[in-house]
Design a binder for this molecule. Structure first.
Ligand code: SF4
Ligand code: SF4
Ligand SMILES: [Zn+2]
Length: 298
């Protein structure tokens, strides 16, 4: 049987024993049902992608409305009213529990980083013998990796965004922390003369006693415990979509103060921060409750 857009939409039982494409109604296999209920037609895939973008945009608009309503008394108290324009953006929220550092995870990290360090030290020694210093190596620019890909004017606001979120994206750092050959080569360029055992000891010395369950081993209660100069490039440069939105809104605001929210996976606002570029004016947890959704429509 031919499938896809040539078939008139139908939503009855599928003759394939699977289901029906949620866009065109064509019969689809069980695998296609499991992959999102869509057939392989490019038109249907595009339509589904567009729907997802629209749903995500709508979700973000709703959260911003919730944040605007929830922050009204906080803004009034801080003197950030409608006269003084402010930027408003909602970050994700780290939802993992803080737990004692797991020795098994430390062991996995140690074994991995030891191999990376040995390889980087050997590579740096080879380069030195060949007369190439780290400064001359295009893979190790002197300071660039310390700079975030953001407007320096807004850097402090973006840090406030990450502090409100508490490191949702660092979950992916797991037991590797993104530390690769490039990161260790930069370390060697900064601290020449340290041998591999000293470099390993230095990294291990930053592991916090408590970290977030199943997240990056360096993700402690006050954020990342590694100094910026010793982190991987991606850890210093990454900007999530929420931070990009915050930066865009700050660019639009005349006298930017930031109203930053943090929302969990269930779309509940969990924290809110007011930040004026130099200092945090307030931060508080938001009590979640069934009235949040209704507030979002006000
Ligand atoms: S980059 Fe985004 S997801 Fe990562 S900590 Fe900052 S606000 Fe959270
Ligand atoms: S090293 Fe630091 S910034 Fe990088 S993923 Fe881990 S906690 Fe996040
Ligand atoms: Zn289809």
């Amino acid at each position: 049987m031919e499938r896809g857009h040539d078939i008139a939409p139908s939503f009855g039982p599928s003759p394939f024993g699977g289901g029906r494409c949620s866009v065109c109604g064509a019969p689809i296999s069980r695998n296609e049902v499991a992959r999102g209920g869509i057939c392989a037609s490019p038109d249907c895939l595009r339509t589904k992608a567009m729907r997802e973008i629209q749903e995500e945009n709508e979700r973000r608009r709703m959260l911003c409305r919730t944040l605007s309503a929830e922050s009204t008394p906080d803004r009034a108290e801080a003197g950030i009213d409608e006269e003084r324009r402010f930027a408003l953006a909602v970050m994700p929220a780290l939802e993992h529990a803080l737990v004692p550092q797991d020795p098994e995870r430390v062991k996995t990290f140690t074994e991995r980083i030891r191999g990376v360090i040995l390889q980087a030290v050997a590579g740096a020694a080879r380069d030195a013998e060949a007369g190439e210093d780290a400064e001359a190596n295009p893979d190790t620019p002197p300071d660039e990796w310390l700079q975030p890909d953001s407007d320096p004017e807004f850097h402090s606001y973006l840090l406030a965004g990450c502090a409100t979120c508490r490191g949702y994206c660092c979950e992916t750092g797991k037991t590797h922390a993104y530390l690769d050959d490039k990161a260790i080569r930069r370390y060697i360029a900064q601290f020449p003369g340290r041998d591999s055992a000293e470099i390993l000891q230095d990294y291990l010395s930053y592991l916090p006693e408590e970290s977030y369950e199943d997240c990056c081993v360096f993700q402690g209660p006050m954020g990342c415990t590694l100094p910026r100069t010793k982190r991987a490039h991606i850890c210093n440069s990454y900007l999530c979509r929420s931070l990009i939105e915050l930066q865009e809104r700050l660019e639009e605001a005349e006298q930017p103060a930031a109203v930053i929210g943090s929302a969990d996976k269930a779309n509940r606002l969990v924290r809110l921060t007011l930040f004026d570029g130099e200092r945090e004016l307030s931060q508080r947890d938001v009590a979640s409750g069934p009235d949040q959704a209704s507030e979002s429509t006000t």
